[in-house]
Design a binder for this molecule. Structure first.
Ligand SMILES: [Zn+2]
Ligand SMILES: [Zn+2]
Length: 431
């Protein structure tokens, strides 16, 4: 009896598969063309004018009510289809200042001007073009198959993710007030570290709080031969950099992940000149808010007191500045994440749906769930070709991953899996 019931349930759960798979197989060539067009026309953060217009047009074609220019070039579309919860599906739209070096026929040749005025190459090196293509496919499938679900869709095309600013800007501009407030929020992000066909879900903290800190180490310059009449900011900067390493190792529990990295240090001009300034730039990562607060306070305490320990006068102690570009941690509600994982397993098969470890990277998708007080989850979509992935296992060759000028997703398989996985999750939530 139990085995007959199990068989029946398997048959029932598989009945919907052919509809989605037939649809995606028919639509895939068009989606790959869309992907290649998006890949060839990347736009930098805060400059996503054409990309957002394209996303708005796609939603309109599918019958969504669309609002544009939310928090800059943000776009939101609502599709109502009877009673039921509201599901937010986000794609991010910006690209990176990188000269593409993939050699692909559809490689980007775009150049643009950064906010600071210098010209750069532009590349979708973080795969946001895959995100937009999958999002477009999911929107089209759901719009064309309304009999399969009941509820409301909120599709969000978010700009300026790479600056950690786009989701905050959209929410501050009243995203939910202008549209609807979601009951669930979903997104995906590509990864070169998994093969095409696979997805990975992390329960709990998936991505980290990201903070940027500047430390200005002030000094009193002079001749390199007479350090006793100067306050050497380079020697002090070295003490600070070394001292900062003790924060995570000595002050934070080994069970609370945190990172303090000094990514930039600049000071001095010549062998025999003691300068009067060194600039440090730090990235700080954490999950828990309390750990974040503790690490940031410790950085200031360490920098200022190293100055005192080095005998610097109070008016020359280091200045510590927390920049206004915080990205909050992305917390994947465990129960919600397990729910969508099982929906994906029913569509993709158990072998294709993995538990993914947390990472200390940042993703400003983490704001959408807390702003609506609803569960949210972002999952990983594998984009490395099976051949490349196999070769990396056999030969140990590194896989080009996001933010690399050689990052080259294998589009058709990744888009197919992304649409099937995201559609499975949304349909499960809107039954
Ligand atoms: Zn990125
Ligand atoms: Zn990204």
């Amino acid at each position: 009896m139990i085995s007959n019931l199990a068989l029946l349930l398997t048959v029932l759960s598989c009945q919907e598969l052919p509809a989605q798979q037939t649809w995606i197989d028919q639509e895939l060539p068009g989606l790959v063309t869309l992907y290649e067009k998006l890949h060839q026309s990347p736009e930098l953060s805060f400059q996503e004018k054409e990309t957002s217009a394209k996303m708005a047009a796609i939603l309109k074609e599918n019958g969504f009510e669309v609002i544009e220019n939310i928090g800059g070039y943000g776009v939101a579309g609502v599709l109502r289809n009877g009673k039921g919860p509201t599901v937010l599906v986000r794609a991010d739209t910006d690209a990176l200042p990188i000269v593409e070096d993939t050699g692909l026929a559809y490689a980007s040749k775009v150049r643009a001007t950064e906010q600071d005025g210098h010209e750069v190459g532009v590349m979708h090196a973080c795969g946001h073009d895959i995100h937009m293509t999958v999002w477009s496919g999911v929107a089209a499938y759901l719009a064309q198959n309304k009999s399969q679900w009941s509820g409301t869709l909120l599709f969000v095309a978010q700009p300026a993710e790479e600056r950690g600013a786009g989701s905050a800007a959209m929410l501050a501009d009243g995203l939910y007030e202008k549209t609807v407030t979601p009951d669930f929020a979903l997104a995906l992000h590509v990864t070169g570290m998994m093969p095409v066909g696979d997805v990975g879900l992390c329960k709990g903290y998936a991505l980290a709080n990201v903070d940027s800190v500047n430390i200005t180490v002030r000094g009193k310059g002079g001749h390199g031969s007479t350090p006793q009449v100067t306050h050497d900011p380079i020697a002090l900067a070295a003490r600070i950099v070394t001292g900062l390493q003790n924060i995570v190792s000595r002050e934070i529990s080994p069970f609370d992940p945190a990172v303090v990295t000094v990514g930039s240090i600049h000071g001095g001009s010549k062998h025999n000149i003691i300068s009067d300034r060194v600039d440090l730039q730090l990235t700080v990562r954490s999950y828990e808010a309390s750990v974040r607060a503790k690490v940031l306070a410790a950085i200031e305490r360490c920098a200022v007191n190293e100055g005192r320990a080095a005998g610097f006068p109070e008016d020359l102690l280091p200045l510590v500045e927390l920049l206004d570009e915080h990205t909050p941690a992305a917390y994947n509600d465990p129960e919600f994440t397990e729910r969508i994982a099982s929906a994906m397993r029913a569509t993709l098969g158990d072998a294709r749906v993995h538990d993914a470890p947390p990472v200390m990277g940042g993703e400003d998708f983490g704001r959408f769930g807390p702003a609506a007080d609803c569960p949210s989850s972002i999952f990983w979509l594998g984009v490395s070709s099976k051949e490349m992935f196999q070769a990396s296992i056999v030969n140990g060759t590194a896989l080009p991953n996001i933010h690399s000028d050689k990052f080259a997703p294998s589009p058709s398989g990744a888009i197919r899996t992304g649409v099937l996985a995201m559609t499975a999750a949304v349909l499960d939530l809107l039954q």
